[in-house]
Design a protein around this ligand. Structure first.
Ligand code: FE2
Ligand code: FE2
Length: 156
């Protein structure tokens, strides 16, 4: 991995690095599936799914509520982001089903990549900067430590 994790990065920066990490993991899964190495593709997908679910959980439980609790902020963006998480999970289930049947996954993963690209862009431009601006210092530090551990957990 060519990601650089340092101790002074904000939660937003670390979540952005985690987006890149998840993209890389998905690329590796596609390579395994293209080579019909199904056991490795399934093993890697299980890790990918666990990590992206944890990423989504952190956003829905810690990032979005800060935005939603601030009366000056419109609620529309987090409604859209939560709906996109539902759509992302549906595509994750479709990839998992294809892998279980040992069917090609490239069309489904292309859809997932398109969903993630549009979704992550909005988070990185709007939601994460708002979190950094609005959340208390202790909340920001706690989330940064959690995301840093998530990133370091898969450094092997
Ligand atoms: Fe998200
Ligand atoms: Fe995200």
């Amino acid at each position: 991995m060519n990601l650089t994790i340092t101790n002074d990065q904000s939660a937003g920066m670390l979540l952005e690095l985690h987006h890149q990490r998840l993209d890389d993991m998905l690329d590796d899964i596609e390579l395994c599936a293209d080579a019909e190495n199904w056991s490795e593709a399934k093993r890697r997908f299980a890790g990918f799914r666990r990590d992206i679910e944890e990423h989504i959980r952190l956003e829905e439980e810690l990032i979005f509520p800060i935005f939603e609790a601030n009366a000056a902020m419109p609620h529309g963006p987090t409604v859209v982001m939560r709906a996109e998480h539902v759509a992302i999970r549906q595509t994750l289930a479709a990839v998992e089903a294809a892998l279980a049947d040992e069917r090609p996954i490239s069309r489904t993963t292309a859809e997932l990549e398109a969903q993630l690209a549009a979704h992550n862009f909005k988070e990185e431009r709007v939601l994460y900067p708002a979190f950094e601006r609005l959340a208390a210092a202790a909340t920001r530090a706690a989330l940064a430590a959690t995301v840093e551990a998530l990133l370091r957990g898969r450094d092997e």
